[in-house]
Write a protein that binds this ligand. Structure first.
Ligand code: BF8
Length: 652
């Protein structure tokens, strides 16, 4: 019998910095209240934020304050530290070029391309790991995962030209995985899923020279361009950013979504709960945080193992309670109905419930400071990816071939930590909120009776004015959740359907917008449609890689109407974005023809030329552009105006 996996401690155990505790706990009650209200619009988070201030537990908001004032050159994107001749800053009128000769336009464009490539790489590498697992199943090397949605496996295999008739399931899995891995390379020179886009949209990409050729290829090409002495023209540098982002949205992310559905099931509407109140006092609580469903799905399986549930009872708990966080939480919520403790800025607060035995993470959006937060409690932070080792955490290397054994060892470690909990420090003063999630493209089509025609008819008649994809993160520059929730409420009030992913979707969930009863907040047209179908006016479409579902939905609508995506009455918004992944998402929305409003200014203001290209010039290339509007009500005006113009152009 194979030995049970043992964790290694990365670095040393982290102890809380007493200096910080002293500094933070000096706050007077009025200041605590003022900051609590300024920091979040998430009512369920407020008691926890107050607790962190009273106890001197450092959070993202404290670190943000410590970083002020920010460097105005970095904020404008006109600082460059790419090579050893610098660092350089553009400070007119005397310092208008870096040591290499790059001007503000080039420095801003290179920095932005770097961000897009970083985000595209993160999403697409996540996609690759899912596809490699499918290959492992096909090769017979991975036995802990199975194909759950066989129909989808066959549908996608057919889309990729695999002749499935003479093949068994394993062979189909293998053939499809190999064809998908070719999408990352340089030989094939085209991405299969771009074939889903309306022909006129694809033609726009061809004409602009931004059809993505291969996922790794576009990312490497981007990295080549930002090497000193290569790209010197800001416009072509930015156009390559669009191409790189398309390789994410219609490539790596779309594969991550589709093959996750094949392996773990295609989501369909189901009920669950969200906010920090999902942590249960009487149970062993394990939060699953990160992005890739491979780890979290296996923890779900391991925690249901009778040996583990018996162990939980033995240590005095009523059972094992899994709660999601961020995007892996979204994946579990959509497919398994596993409750979600919250979005990006709830991750530290989840630990302050005092009832979390373990926070298990894979990668992306995980604060490196989590072990510091956890050191105030008994919580173990457990890391699992060689790409995301965090000092002060227990590390189990997670491989698809040994996934179940590792997952069981992780669950066991969490259960055995239950007796170390200090019951006096357990603090869960909030009740969770009901949500309905699981609106995959397939589920929507099925709910509409097998085709998107009824939705198109409602849009054409004006009952629903249009649809908006609201996506992205939390950012301390915006009051937590305020941007998402205010924008969503305002748009549904105007009869505009919202489809949401990532931390935006969780924000809406916590605010009650993912319940069918939220239809009462919608305008009369959208309200009637939601009530007749029994659906919420804000539809949860998944994690951030699942923005590919939004692209797919837009493509379905465009194909049904025989128009390019840019002619549809739709828009995108990222009211609280922070991540490089969000830059890539915004770029592929715009490159696909979707007008997109950002709530946080990107680091581009140091180049009026770049600002002008992104907010106006791109319309001449991809028929869409960015806008930046921090006020969510004004953002709603911009979006509604855009939707009405598109409607008028379509003659509806
Ligand atoms: O991928 S929305 S904060 S958790 S980056 Fe991160 Fe942003 Fe949340 Fe998911 Ni997406």
């Amino acid at each position: 019998m194979a030995e049970e996996p043992e964790p290694t401690l990365i670095g040393e155990r982290i102890e809380v910095c007493e200096l910080d505790r002293a500094r933070l706990s000096l706050m007077n009650p009025a200041l605590v209240e003022e900051k609590r209200e300024a920091r979040t619009a998430d009512e369920s988070a407020k008691p926890f934020i107050e607790l962190t201030m009273k106890e001197g537990i450092e959070t993202v908001w404290d670190r943000f304050e410590m970083q002020q004032p920010e460097c105005k050159y970095c904020a404008a994107g006109i600082s460059c530290a790419r090579c050893a001749m610098g660092p350089c800053r553009i400070i007119p009128p005397h310092r208008v070029r870096g040591v290499c000769g790059a001007d503000a336009d080039l420095i801003v464009a290179r920095n932005l391309l770097d961000q897009i490539a970083t985000g595209a790489a993160a999403h697409s590498d996540h996609g690759r790991e899912i596809v490699l697992t499918l290959l492992g199943i096909g090769n017979g090397k991975v036995n802990d995962y199975v194909v759950t949605d066989r129909d989808k496996l066959h549908r996608i295999a057919a889309e990729f030209g695999v002749e499935t008739n003479a093949l068994n399931e394993r062979e189909v899995a293998r053939e499809l995985a190999l064809r998908m891995l070719e999408e990352y390379g340089t030989v094939k020179d085209a991405l299969q899923f771009t074939g889903r886009a309306p022909p006129a949209t694809r033609q726009i990409w061809e004409t602009a020279g931004i059809s993505p050729r291969g996922i790794d290829r576009e990312v490497v090409d981007a990295m080549h361009r930002v090497q000193m002495g290569v790209a010197a023209d800001y416009a072509s540098t930015l156009l390559h950013g669009l191409r790189t982002s398309l390789s994410d949205g219609w490539g790596g992310s779309m594969m991550a979504t589709e093959i996750s559905d094949v392996l773990f099931g295609t989501p369909s509407p189901n009920e669950s709960l969200v906010n920090l109140g999902v942590v249960k006092r009487e149970c062993v609580n394990i939060s699953l945080h990160g992005h890739n469903p491979m780890l979290s799905e296996m923890i779900v399986k391991a925690s249901a193992d009778p040996e583990m549930t018996a162990l939980a009872r033995k240590v005095g708990a009523e059972g094992i309670n899994l709660v999601g966080l961020c995007c892996t939480g979204n994946e579990l919520l959509m497919r398994k109905g596993i409750p979600n403790a919250g979005n990006h800025f709830n991750q530290e607060l989840a630990i302050t419930t005092g009832a979390l035995e373990a926070m298990v993470v894979d990668y992306q959006c995980i604060f490196p400071s989590l072990p510091r937060t956890a050191s105030c409690y008994h919580t173990h932070i457990i890391t699992t990816s060689p790409k995301a080792k965090i000092p002060g955490t227990y590390y189990f290397e997670f491989e698809p071939e040994t996934a179940f054994r590792t997952a069981k060892a992780i669950v066991k470690m969490a259960v055995e930590n239950f007796p170390n909990r200090n019951p006096d420090r357990v603090f869960i003063p909030v009740e969770p909120v009901k949500v309905v999630t699981g609106f995959s493209v397939e589920a929507m089509r099925a709910a509409l009776g097998g085709s998107f025609r009824p939705l198109i008819d409602q849009i054409a008649s004006g009952t629903i004015r249009g649809a908006v994809g609201i996506v992205g993160c939390n950012n301390p520059k915006v009051k937590h959740d305020f941007g998402h929730v205010t924008l969503s409420k305002e748009l549904i009030r105007r009869d505009i359907l919202c489809v949401e992913t990532g931390c935006a979707a969780i924000a809406s969930g916590k605010a009650g917008l993912l319940q069918p009863s939220a239809a009462s907040l919608a305008g009369p047209g959208l309200r009637g449609v939601c009530e007749s179908l029994g659906i919420p006016p804000v539809l949860h479409m998944g994690s951030c890689v699942d923005n590919a579902r939004i692209l797919h939905l837009a493509a379905e609508l465009g194909n049904a109407l025989n128009v390019p995506i840019h002619r549809l009455p739709i828009a995108g918004a990222a009211p609280e974005w922070y991540s490089q992944k969000a830059v890539s998402i915004g770029a592929y929305f715009v490159a696909s023809g979707v007008f997109t409003v950002l709530g946080v200014m990107p680091k581009i203001t140091g180049s009026p030329s770049v600002v002008s290209l992104l907010t106006e010039g791109l319309r001449g290339v991809v028929h869409a552009s960015f806008a930046v509007e921090p006020d969510p009500l004004r953002a709603a005006d911009l979006i509604a105006g855009q939707i009405e113009r598109k409607r008028a152009d379509l003659g509806i």
